[in-house]
Design a protein around this ligand. Structure first.
Ligand SMILES: [Zn+2]
Ligand SMILES: [Zn+2]
Length: 254
């Protein structure tokens, strides 16, 4: 599995882009950053967009991607999320007010975006990749995912505070190869992390203990860029060589 980091931060400012990961060239995991990084040829290869939750930093490029490739590609792009997530996107974003409803354009029978709901813990097969949604603990309906191909599985927490379900699922994965976990805030901002449904560095370290003996590489994302220096220092102090802070442009091969 090849994972290209298009954006991996918890806010947007020069040099820092929000969450978007491209898996095996054709599947997006969150769509906070797509069109400002991939050229149109690369955008045309995208067949699936998997959404963890409806916060803007994870969805904002869905619409621009659809707009860029409409009329240029054969067939639709699957827009994948829970029923709750897809309902919110349709009502609030793909509604012909904020942006065109690309689930009915260019035609109702042949739209560029097709909604493909996932149900809790049911695996969905997308070509060479399968995705399993696992509910996490954020301030809106949010799912992490376990994503697998022939090379192995990865866990992606999306945005979450403390949670158990995704670690219970991770422990059952025989071929787990990597963990992608958020750490949005430095330890001094635990109160803000708690009320916004996120993890501090210490919270992230506590979550990783729940992965038991799965001693796989850990990739940290969703850092608030304004606190990146201190977050990186606190992660270094954990003295755990398996933990790497992601940078946009990184390519992870498992
Ligand atoms: Zn969020
Ligand atoms: Zn976020």
């Amino acid at each position: 599995m090849r994972i290209q980091v298009l954006g991996c931060y918890g806010a947007e400012m020069p040099g820092y882009k929000t969450s978007g990961f491209l898996i095996n060239d054709d599947t997006l995991l969150d769509a906070g950053t797509v069109v400002s990084v991939l050229n149109v040829e690369e955008q045309l290869k995208i067949n699936n967009i998997i959404i963890s939750h409806t916060h803007l930093d994870h969805i904002k490029d869905i619409q621009f991607l659809a707009d860029n490739v409409i009329g240029k590609r054969n067939g639709h792009i699957n827009l994948i999320g829970t029923h709750g997530v897809l309902d919110i996107l349709r009502a609030n974003v793909l509604n012909n007010i904020i942006w065109p409803d690309f689930t009915t354009i260019p035609s109702v029978n042949g739209p560029i975006l097709k909604l493909l709901p996932v149900k809790g813990k049911e695996e969905l097969c997308l070509g060479d990749v399968t995705v399993k949604p696992i509910r996490v603990n954020h301030i809106v309906d949010a799912t992490g995912y376990i994503i697998k191909d022939n090379d192995g599985a990865i866990v992606y927490t999306g945005d979450t505070s403390h949670t158990d379900w995704i670690w219970d699922a991770a422990l059952k994965e025989d071929n787990l190869k990597a963990i992608f976990i958020e750490a949005s805030f430095p330890n001094s901002m635990a109160d803000l992390a708690a009320i916004s449904g996120h993890l501090t560095v210490q919270g992230m370290a506590e979550e990783l203990k729940k992965a038991g003996d799965k001693k796989v590489p850990v990739y940290v994302f969703h850092m608030k860029p304004q606190y990146l220096d201190i977050i990186e220092k606190e992660i270094a102090l954990l003295d755990n060589k398996r933990i790497k802070v992601l940078k946009q442009g990184d390519v992870i091969e498992i």
